[in-house]
Design a protein around this ligand. Structure first.
Ligand SMILES: Cc1cc2nc3c(=O)[nH]c(=O)nc-3n(C[C@H](O)[C@H](O)[C@H](O)COP(=O)(O)OP(=O)(O)OC[C@H]3O[C@@H](n4cnc5c(N)ncnc54)[C@H](O)[C@@H]3O)c2cc1C
Length: 379
């Protein structure tokens, strides 16, 4: 029983590692010939870290990344609106969140998988489902025959476009600039993450290592905008000039080539993630806006559940069992993340919004967080 994974992003690589651990036969095909460094970090919440613990790479993640124990949604001057101190999470799991450079995460994952199982420069073109196998064709005119295909090729998945041609992404109206700055956050700021809400703009940041700060800046914008690289840094500095001076210092200490721009899209939830021998995971199946910092976490959880379900149900029905197990949590995150993004950028009623956030019952917030961070144990 051979599985062909299309895409070596977070979800594809985590699935490969989970299959490796489970003894499931697999190969990964990735379109880029070599990975380019992405100028961005990622916050890995405790659900993702539990999976990495299970997969045996948690210590590497801890070593390369930075622990974040307190999340603050704040006003532009850093005053907290809502503060989430993660001591209970830390007590329960032994860790809370780790912020890490995306390239470091990618290297850790790749180095944990046998080299001969990953093929680079192989862009998926289409598949042809036969009665008991699938022929996968690539853009270089080569093809392979396999038993099952896992589409882990991200939000604009070609596998999904063939499997569910009616599927649609939707633009949130918000665009995000991300960067990694050569800057040190010290003292109380070292293990904190901030998201500062201004007038329809946001700025978030945290340390990812002693000398590097990952940041993101979100604003309303038309879709498919293009930056003029010569002035983008000054444009961002102007936009956030009324924020705490720390924000300008972080932007100023970023090399222009380390600033990237992405429209914030998600995927309208699908009624299924599979058909016969072809199944989607990660952003290909359920891309979410990044407002809850859970897109990567959910792709990593997919890897965990899919491998464990296949291992225990190798004869039949594993893709349906996988979808049944995952759909509720994932759809809830997509929905809540979308509304959080809208709330963050409201034009009118910002003080009422802030007051409501400030007075949100702690018990409710903890319950919501718990439902996201919990993963099932397989014996
Ligand atoms: C601004 C922003 C901030 C975010 N912050 C966080 C965060 O803090 N925490 C978090 O958990 N998540 C975060 N996310 C979400 C997270 O980045 C994604 O959910 C995650 O990367 C999804 O992983 P994936 O493997 O499904 O897709 P991707 O990471 O997109 O990987 C897809 C892979 O498939 C390859 N590919 C594409 N097409 C083909 C093809 N035709 N053939 C072969 N290969 C192909 C691509 O090259 C790529 O390597 C954020 C997202 C954004 C946009």
């Amino acid at each position: 029983m051979k599985f062909t994974i299309i895409g070596a992003g977070i979800g594809g690589l985590a699935t490969a590692l989970a299959f490796e651990k489970a003894g499931i036969d697999y190969e990964v095909y990735e379109k880029v010939p070599v990975f380019k460094e992405v100028g961005a970090g990622i916050w890995l919440a405790a659900n993702a870290l539990q999976v990495f613990d299970f997969l045996g790479i948690l210590e590497h993640i801890k070593e390369k990344g930075n622990a974040v124990d307190r999340f603050t949604i704040g006003k532009p001057n850093l005053t907290p609106i809502a503060d989430n101190i993660q001591s209970e999470v830390k007590e329960k799991y032994g860790f809370s969140t780790i912020a890490i450079h995306r390239s470091d995460l990618q290297s850790i994952l790749i180095n944990s998988i046998p080299k001969e199982k990953i093929f680079f420069g192989k862009e998926f073109k289409s598949y042809d489902a036969k009665s008991s196998s699938v022929v996968v064709s690539f853009m270089d005119d080569s093809s392979i025959e396999t038993d099952f295909v896992i589409g882990a090729d991200g939000i604009n998945s070609k596998v999904r476009k063939q499997l569910f041609p009616e599927s649609k992404t939707r633009y949130s109206g918000q665009t995000c600039w991300r960067g990694v700055s050569d800057f040190s956050l010290v003292g109380d700021l070292k293990n904190r993450a901030f998201e500062l809400w201004g007038n329809q703009i946001r700025f978030g940041f945290s340390s990812i290592s002693p000398q590097k700060v990952y940041w993101f800046a979100v604003a309303l914008s038309k879709r498919n905008g293009v930056d003029d690289k010569r002035i983008i840094k000054n444009q961002l500095l102007d936009r956030y000039a009324s924020f705490d001076p720390l924000v300008s210092q972080i932007i100023s200490s970023t090399k222009t080539e380390k600033i990237s721009r992405n429209d914030i899209d998600d995927l309208i939830p699908l009624a299924s993630w599979y058909n016969k021998n072809i199944c989607l995971i990660g952003d290909a199946a359920h891309a979410t806006t990044p407002n809850m910092g859970q897109g990567g976490g959910q792709a990593i959880e997919d890897a965990y559940y899919l491998s464990n379900i296949i291992l225990r149900n190798s004869d039949k029905g594993f893709f349906q069992l996988f979808y049944d197990k995952r759909k509720h949590k994932v759809n809830q995150i997509v929905k809540n993340s979308w509304s959080t993004g809208k709330m963050a950028h409201i034009k009118y009623g910002q003080s009422i919004r802030n007051l409501m956030l400030k007075n949100m019952p702690q018990k409710l917030m903890k319950k919501q967080m718990q439902s996201i961070l919990e993963i099932e144990k397989f014996s």
